[in-house]
Write a protein that binds this ligand. Structure first.
Ligand SMILES: Cc1ncc(COP(=O)(O)O)c(C=O)c1O
Length: 361
C-alpha cells in the first residue's frame, strides 16, 4: 500500500484507544468508568425529553474510538474481514483521511472534471495538485468518467491517487465491478484508487461482495442507503495494512456514541434497509418517467437522484432560479463540465406536479 512519506517508516501511537481496547488488553469487563474524566449526565429535562435517558447517559461518555461493532457488521455485510474495515464520520471524512494517509504535499491526484467536488476541496486543503480529466459522452448522451483517460493521466503525471465516484455524482453513471477491476489493473501499481461508493447500494445489478484490492480504498456511507446523513457515519474497505495505518492518524472520537449506536441498529435492520432501497429505486423510476413524460432528458441513474441535462448552464440556471423562487432547492453543480445539469433527489416531494412542471424549459 502506498502511504504518505512521513508515515512509511513511522508508527503513531493512539494515546486514547478507549474502553473496548482496554477490556481486550486486561481480559475483563470494565464495570466502573472513572478514568476518562467524563461528567455525569446533564440533568436537563429538555435534553432528556429530546434524547431519552439512555441516550443522555450515552452522550456523557466517550465513544469507542475504533467503532468495533460497526466494523464487525460492515465486514459481515461486505464479506470481508474486520481488519479490512475502518469507520469515520461519513464518506467525506474518509476522503480526507485517504488523502492524509496516501499523499504528500505537492503530489498529483486525479479526478474527473465535474464529479463530486468534495474530493478537490480536500485535496487542495492537503496541498495536492489536482488534475481533472474530462468526462466522456456515451452514445446515448450519458456522461461518464473516462476510465482510459484517468489511467493514462495517472501514468503521465505519476499520480499518487485517482478518485472515482462509482456510481458517480452528479452523472449517476455506474461502472460494473468487472470494469472497476480492469481499471485497477490499468493504473500504475503504486497509484492509490480511491473508489467512492457512496451510492453503491442503489446500483444495478446489485453485487454481494466487495473484493479488497491492492492500493485501493472503497468508501461507503450510511448517509444514503441507511438515511443517517445527519449522524455522519461511513466506513472504508481496504487492505488490512492500510486500515491499520489509517487508524494511526484518524481523529479517535470523530464518530459520536449516539451515531455509532444508530449505525449499529441501522446496519442490523436488514429488512428496513431493503425496504428503503426498493422504495427509493421505485421513486427514482417514477421521477424519471414523470420527467420523460414532460419531454425532458434524464441521465440513466444508479443512485438516489436523477440528473436532467439542459442545453447549457444558463438554461439550467434559469430553471433552478424559478424553483428557488418557489422555495424549492434542486442542485446544479458549480463545475462548468456539469453546470448544465439539474440534480433532483428521488423523494416523494419531487413528484409534486407544480415542481415537475417548473423543470420544463
Ligand atoms: C459521491 C459522494 N461521496 C460522498 C458523499 C458524502 O457522504 P457522507 O454523507 O457519508 O459524507 C456524497 C454526498 O452526497 C456523494 O455524493
Amino acid at each position: 500500500m502506498r502511504f504518505a512519506r512521513h508515515l512509511q517508516e513511522h508508527s503513531i501511537h493512539n494515546p486514547f484507544p478507549g474502553i473496548v481496547r482496554l477490556e481486550q488488553k486486561i481480559g475483563r469487563d470494565i464495570i466502573t468508568r472513572i478514568g476518562s474524566n467524563e461528567s455525569q449526565p446533564l440533568p436537563s429535562p429538555a435534553l432528556t425529553t429530546f434524547l431519552g435517558e439512555t441516550a443522555v447517559t450515552m452522550a456523557s461518555l466517550y465513544p469507542d474510538p475504533y467503532a468495533h461493532d460497526i466494523r464487525r457488521l460492515a465486514a459481515a455485510i461486505n464479506l470481508v474481514d474486520e481488519s479490512e474495515v475502518i469507520v469515520d464520520s461519513g464518506a467525506d471524512s474518509l476522503i480526507l483521511l485517504s488523502l492524509r494517509l496516501c499523499c504528500n504535499v505537492g503530489d498529483t491526484v486525479i479526478t474527473s472534471a465535474g464529479s463530486y467536488p468534495t474530493f478537490r476541496y480536500f485535496a487542495e486543503g492537503c496541498g495536492q495538485r489536482v488534475v481533472e480529466v474530462s468526462l466522456q459522452s456515451g452514445t446515448d448522451g450519458a456522461l461518464q468518467a473516462d476510465l482510459g483517460a484517468l489511467a493514462f493521466n495517472a501514468h503521465q503525471y505519476k499520480a499518487s491517487l485517482v478518485y472515482l465516484a462509482n456510481p458517480d455524482n452528479p452523472t449517476g453513471h455506474y461502472h460494473s465491478q468487472t470494469e472497476i477491476e480492469r481499471f485497477r489493473q490499468s493504473l500504475p501499481a503504486d497509484c492509490v484508487l480511491l473508489l467512492d461508493e457512496a451510492y453503491l447500494e442503489f446500483a444495478e445489478p446489485r453485487h454481494a461482495a466487495s473484493p479488497v484490492m491492492d492500493n485501493t480504498l472503497r468508501l461507503r456511507t450510511l448517509s444514503k442507503a441507511y438515511a443517517l446523513a445527519g449522524l455522519r457515519v461511513g466506513y472504508a474497505i481496504a487492505p488490512a495494512e492500510a486500515i491499520a495505518k489509517a487508524d494511526e492518524i484518524r481523529p479517535q472520537f470523530a464518530v459520536s456514541s449516539l451515531a455509532q449506536q444508530a449505525a449499529i441498529l441501522a446496519l442490523q435492520a436488514r429488512e428496513a434497509a431493503e425496504s428503503l432501497l426498493s422504495t427509493t429505486i421505485s421513486l427514482r423510476e417514477k421521477l424519471r418517467d414523470a420527467l420523460l413524460a414532460r419531454r425532458l432528458r434524464v441521465l440513466d441513474s444508479h443512485t438516489n437522484f436523477v440528473s436532467i441535462p439542459y442545453p447549457d448552464s444558463q438554461a439550467a440556471e434559469q430553471v433552478q432560479r424559478r424553483l428557488f423562487a418557489m422555495g424549492v432547492a434542486v442542485h446544479r453543480p458549480a463545475h462548468p463540465a456539469t453546470s448544465h445539469l439539474i440534480r433532483i433527489t428521488a423523494h416523494p416531494a419531487a413528484l409534486d406536479e407544480a415542481i415537475l412542471d417548473m423543470l420544463i424549459l
